[in-house]
Design a binder for this molecule. Structure first.
Ligand code: PLP
Length: 302
């Protein structure tokens, strides 16, 4: 069984000219490679699995070429001595995955890859069936790592240090993180999720996991799901210079920019205290910069 580590995550204030106070909880610092929400989402899933004392334990999961989840599962496997398999979207990567920073790190962590076409990747049930037949004792973790156990694990992102905040904010991908924050938030707290993916079923999925109605979803920028805009890169670089906190271009950078935008427009109650969770994802900067530089665009400061 894996132990819940002793942890003291810093909360830092981001001084702005807005009429609210903004703070950031550096969950990205929980572990050097299994950063942010992923650590808590995985810990509970793997613990439940290990309780059943599987013979030859094995973790299998899904993800895209730059996936934070793939990076984290591979690092988790390395840290706790459990072999890992990644089912990767896009069989065009089969011959050149070594050029991809996320996959090459995951491979160094010992992850084995199976590349599948984008079409086959859509059919996760079939893939799960296939892998379970081949590896009946394995744990198949859903894409993004979100499920009931992940939601339970997220309770450790909350504690005495988060109780006084009026708003708790996070970036939303598959919804497990915000569902956990919503489930374990105090009665007086409003939970705000900044959505970075196009998925109209998210609200229902989160409600089922959270069983509460204390959250609101707001689009980061509905025209730019999964895309990196020059404006966001400039914001991330400015933010780093100003506050020395690095942000990633897919989740936390978009969340922070949107929260600044909302604060400027008076969305939050005057004088309220807002806490944003830094959910990690910084490993994706290398891959993003490879892309931005290839297009002659401004990169993210590394
Ligand atoms: C850095 C980062 N932040 C936030 C999220 C969103 O978490 P969730 O998928 O639980 O909504 C993810 C996705 O896993 C992520 O990688």
């Amino acid at each position: 069984m894996l132990q819940i580590p002793e942890h003291k995550i810093p909360i830092v204030e981001i001084k702005t000219g807005f009429d609210v106070r903004i703070f950031i909880k550096r969950e990205d610092l929980i572990h050097p490679t299994i950063s942010g929400n992923k650590f808590w989402k995985l810990l509970f899933n793997v613990n439940q699995y290990l309780e059943s004392k599987p013979e030859n334990p094995l973790l299998i999961t899904f993800g895209g070429a730059f996936s934070n989840h793939i990076a984290s599962v591979s690092a988790f496997g390395k840290e706790f001595g459990i072999p890992t398999i990644g089912i990767i979207r896009g069989n065009e990567l089969k011959n050149n995955w070594q050029d991809n920073p996320t996959l090459s790190e995951a491979s160094k962590n010992g992850m084995q890859f199976f590349f599948v076409s984008r079409e086959d990747y859509q059919n996760k049930e079939q893939l799960t069936q296939k892998f379970l037949e081949q590896y009946p004792n394995s744990l198949i973790i859903p894409e993004g790592g979100s499920n009931e156990m992940a939601v339970k694990g997220v309770q450790y992102m909350l504690g005495n240090d988060t109780k006084d905040f009026d708003y708790l904010c996070t970036a939303v991908g598959t919804g497990g993180t915000i569902a956990g924050i919503s489930r374990f938030a105090e009665e007086h707290q409003n939970v705000i999720g900044i959505k970075v993916v196009k998925d109209n079923s998210l609200e229902n999925t989160i409600s089922e996991w959270s069983r509460r109605k204390n959250f609101e979803l707001i689009d980061a920028d509905e025209h730019r799901y999964g895309k990196i805009s020059d404006e966001n890169v400039r914001f991330i670089n400015w933010f780093y210079n100003e506050y020395q906190v690095p942000l990633d271009p897919i989740y936390t950078g978009k969340m922070m920019q949107k929260i600044f935008d909302l604060a400027e427009k008076g969305f939050f109650q005057k004088d309220s205290k807002i806490l944003m969770f830094h959910t990690g994802g910084l490993q994706a900067i290398k891959g993003a910069n490879q892309f931005l530089k290839s297009k002659g665009r401004e990169p993210i400061a590394e």
